[in-house]
Design a protein around this ligand. Structure first.
Ligand SMILES: Cc1cc2nc3c(=O)[nH]c(=O)nc-3n(C[C@H](O)[C@H](O)[C@H](O)COP(=O)(O)OP(=O)(O)OC[C@H]3O[C@@H](n4cnc5c(N)ncnc54)[C@H](O)[C@@H]3O)c2cc1C
Length: 397
């Protein structure tokens, strides 16, 4: 939004900006939630809707100037007016752009209309009648490279040593780009070191879910990750992230040894204590059963140790949700049978005539690494997986 030459000192006004894109040293240390400024709310109305509807043919998105699919989770105001005609109004958050700035961002009005129409529509909104424009809204269109051409290490299957991450793979969003950049970066280094790639599985991280979705299913609209995309949400918790990622953190060496040692020590303490709670009785019940009672805390149990907070938290969570957690773990074990059934390189899908045509085409295109990945490809059904499994078991002719 603002251009500053690198050799010029940061101007005072810019140091005051606090929008995430403007974060700079002058804003450190900022404690989240502190020193907040008011953010206001207004709404579009019938007049706004009429202006937009009357000028839809001039919108880049609706006038056919842009052919791409818009971001479903971040609809433009034209999208909202067209797709939700039953709504008489839409939220517009009035967000100040900085502490000393007169600039505000009207969040909820992203659009691709000509400047004159933007002027008209802004002035139709209560509170914005006198607004002056500093920047106009705009739409961008970009190409992407089909992510099904990538391995789970984010390396191209077509061009060796080419790693792709972020929006170029058909995703949208900061987190999606960062997660893929992390994985592609790690794997580029592993390749340089002639070491095995690092894979993130669906069962251990949202990064794993994101990458598996991209490379096995592909994208037909800008992709965002959601918790609902994961089959095992109960295991992908924030509180257990350090434990889930311990193996990978050790392997790639990005976490200080002292943190790894401490986390490993916590794992031992959690397991030992959970085992003990299953064995020790109090009034005819195991301490584990007592801990599972509503409102019961670890510290309320008789004769318990003084353990670190992180360990106590894990014991309490794992005890209280153990039924559900166990069920998910059993599901994972069942699914892992498919994940470990590697599809050998000699498999030639053209030869497997018993596969349905659609399924064969998808498998040829995506070339999944194992039966689990194959089963998640849209259009490949369980009967196709059974045929493929038998074909692999029979071995190479
Ligand atoms: C206006 C706007 C608002 C957004 N708001 C949000 C939001 O609120 N939340 C959210 O999660 N996401 C938001 N996004 C989406 C998010 O910014 C992108 O999805 C994300 O930044 C993509 O990251 P990337 O690293 O894949 O690509 P980019 O961030 O686009 O990085 C690609 C880089 O490659 C460089 N480059 C291009 N060609 C070459 C070349 N030939 N040689 C060398 N370098 C080159 C570019 O200059 C650029 O720096 C927004 C996007 C826009 C445009």
């Amino acid at each position: 939004m603002f251009h500053v030459e690198h050799n010029e000192p940061t101007p005072e006004w810019m140091k005051q900006m606090f929008h995430v894109e403007h974060f700079n040293d002058a804003m450190r240390p900022w404690s989240p939630g502190s020193e907040q400024l008011p953010c206001f709310l207004t709404h579009t109305n019938q007049k706004t809707s009429d202006i937009i509807r009357a000028n839809l043919t001039q919108s880049s998105l609706y006038g056919g100037y842009i052919k791409s699919t818009g971001v479903r989770y971040c609809p433009s105001i034209e999208d909202k007016i067209v797709k939700f005609p039953e709504h008489a109004q839409h939220h517009v958050f009035i967000e100040p752009e900085g502490r000393q700035s007169i600039e505000i961002y009207p969040n909820g009005l992203s659009n691709s209309l000509p400047e004159a129409i933007q002027q008209e529509l802004i002035k139709s909104i209560p509170g914005l009648e006198q607004a002056e424009f500093i920047h106009y809204a705009y739409a961008i269109e970009y190409d992407y490279s089909d992510p099904t051409q990538l391995t789970h290490a984010l390396e191209s299957k077509l061009v060796e040593n080419l790693f792709l991450a972020g929006q170029i793979n058909g995703t949208t969003g900061y987190e999606e780009a960062a997660a893929q950049g992390f994985v592609a970066g790690i794997n580029a280094v592993m390749k340089l070191r002639c070491q095995q790639p690092v894979y993130f599985s669906r069962n251990e991280s949202y990064i794993g879910v994101l990458i598996d979705d991209l490379v096995t299913k592909g994208v037909d609209e800008p992709y965002r990750i959601f918790t609902s995309r994961a089959e095992h949400r109960l295991l992908l918790r924030q509180d257990n992230a350090v434990f889930r990622m311990l193996g990978i953190a050790k392997k790639i060496g990005i976490v200080p040894a002292v943190v790894i040692d401490e986390t490993e020590d916590h794992v031992v303490k959690i397991n030992n204590e959970m085992e003990k709670l299953e064995k020790v009785y109090s009034d005819g019940h195991t301490l584990m059963q007592v801990l599972c009672r509503p409102g019961m805390k670890y510290k309320d149990l008789p004769g318990v140790k003084n353990l670190p907070d992180e360990v106590v938290q894990q014991i309490e969570i794992r005890a209280k949700y153990q039924g559900y957690i166990k069920r998910e773990e059993e599901q994972i074990v069942r699914m892992e049978k498919n994940e470990s059934a590697v599809i050998p390189a000699w498999v030639n899908y053209h030869e497997i005539k018993t596969l349905r045509y659609e399924s064969r085409q998808k498998l040829i295109k995506i070339r999944p690494g194992n039966l689990g990945q194959a089963s998640r490809i849209p259009g490949v059904n369980p009967a196709d997986i059974a045929i493929l499994s038998v074909w692999i078991k029979r071995g190479r002719k």
